[in-house]
Design a protein around this ligand. Structure first.
Ligand code: UD1
Length: 416
């Protein structure tokens, strides 16, 4: 089992180039099914979740070729509408393929998705959306069969602005007859990126980035090339890693308008920021000030940054409070941080963090992707050496994290 070994206490200084967004790339890769032809993608992150998505595309008859910095996907020979169970279990976002298969072929068969264990993560809103578009859904032995004679545009109101459900409905409605309107839609930038990609292919979708999205069905889509947006959670992670080490970092290839709540909290914690069009510089104080955080759907503070910011707050002057409003089991990392000397108490959706300077290296275990990133953040600050196990979670979502951190002065080693 590979692990990260990190010696803490080194200031992070220098430049980090942010990679393409995981959560934008995954739905766009699924959406390549819709044109039953070729797509060329740029800025696709080289991470495990993307490889899993490629594997599914290949298993159902597509081809994926890498040429220098571009990925060419050909979906003209898709021959099955079944998403392999073992791959479905590896990654929750594989559920997004259902929308693309239904959208193009009016059928899909899949099992309940896996992914990080951060809460119950149902897919009821996705299925209700499909049903409203005219899909018949049968569930048997944990498998879900979807079949439609016709897909007809309709009105869909989401009980909660789910990112995945919004994306799945968009994908299944793009080639439908008539117009679909989603209200209480999720407003995340990754949805805007997916819609930009679809519209470039010839789709007619309006309102992405707002809570009302209108999809006017079209007959066919063209072969195009597309550049995936930068990863806002990776950007937030490096900013926080800079902040916890009292460092001085410059991020390039970022979209600052996507991470406003993270930037605001860093400023509130006394970090100095210089924000340009696609660059951010952070200059962190010796010790940050405690701040409170509440996770919310976009444009609120992202749940994916909760654990990473939580790690930063363990070292703050004063006591901070976090309220997690999106996923109920997103505090598994707390136990591991407390082993390193952090003083965090969790009660339901609330965590109270008493800042301390006494954080020590320890042997810890990553419990999920962002929880793992939180352990790395803490380890960069800690006195002595931290060994992190179960790092496959971290490698699912961060491209070249070891090399990127080494380049800015971290003492990190990946033991294979
Ligand atoms: C996406 C992101 C994930 C991020 C999350 C919230 C991807 C690949 N993943 O996940 O990194 O943490 O958005 O920003 O883009 N829910 C239901 N029924 C459903 C669907 C969701 O009750 O059918 C609930 C979930 O349990 C959760 C909330 O809605 O409490 C938000 O989930 P959702 O926005 O769907 O997150 P994902 O799309 O899974």
């Amino acid at each position: 089992m590979s692990k990260f070994i990190i010696q803490g206490g080194n200031k992070l200084e220098g430049e980090v180039k942010i990679s393409g967004s995981k959560n934008a790339a995954l739905p766009v890769i699924a959406a390549t099914i819709l044109n039953a032809g070729k797509t060329t993608l740029y800025n696709v992150p080289n991470i495990q979740d993307v490889h899993t998505m490629f594997e599914i595309i290949r298993k159902i008859g597509g081809t994926v070729t890498k040429k220098k910095n571009k990925i060419i996907i050909d979906t003209s020979k898709i021959h099955t509408y079944e998403i392999p169970d073992e791959l479905m279990r590896q990654m929750r976002s594989s559920v997004i393929l259902a929308g693309a298969l239904i959208g193009k072929y009016k059928k899909a068969r899949f099992s309940y998705p896996g992914g990080c264990d951060i809460g119950s993560r149902p897919i009821d809103l996705h299925l209700k959306g499909f049903e409203k578009l005219g899909v018949n859904i049968k569930e048997e032995y944990g498998e879900i069969y979807c079949l439609a004679e016709k897909l007809i545009g309709t009105q869909i109101h989401l009980d909660f602005p789910s990112v995945g459900a919004t994306e799945n409905i968009i994908l299944s409605a793009t080639l439908a007859e008539g117009t679909t309107v989603i209200t209480n839609a999720a407003k995340e930038p990754e949805i805007e990126d997916l819609v930009k990609y679809l519209n470039k292919m010839g789709a007619k979708i309006k309102g992405a980035g707002t809570d009302k999205i209108e999809i006017i069905g079209v007959k066919r889509l063209a072969e195009i090339s597309y550049n995936i947006m930068p990863d806002r959670i990776e950007a937030g992670t490096y900013l926080v890693m800079g902040a916890i080490t009292a460092g001085n970092l410059k991020l390039t290839n970022v979209q600052p308008e996507h991470i406003v709540p993270i930037l605001n909290k860093l400023e509130e914690a006394n970090c100095k920021l210089k924000i340009e069009k696609s660059e951010i510089e952070i200059n962190a104080p010796k010790r940050i000030k405690a701040v409170d955080i509440k996770t919310m759907p976009y444009p609120g503070f992202p749940t994916d940054m909760q654990s990473i910011f939580g790690a930063l707050l363990t070292t703050a002057k004063g006591t901070s409070m976090i309220i997690e409003n999106i996923f109920e089991s997103r505090y598994k990392y707390v136990q591991e941080l407390n082993r390193m000397g952090a003083k965090i108490k969790v009660e339901g959706r609330t965590a109270v963090i008493k800042g301390t300077k006494r954080i020590q290296g320890a042997n810890v275990v990553a419990t999920d992707l962002r929880g793992g990133a939180a352990l790395m953040t803490e380890a960069l600050y800690a006195k002595g050496i931290t060994q992190i196990e179960n790092i496959h979670y971290i490698l699912r979502g961060y491209e070249n994290i070891e090399e990127k951190l080494k380049k800015i002065g971290a003492k990190i080693y990946l033991e294979k």
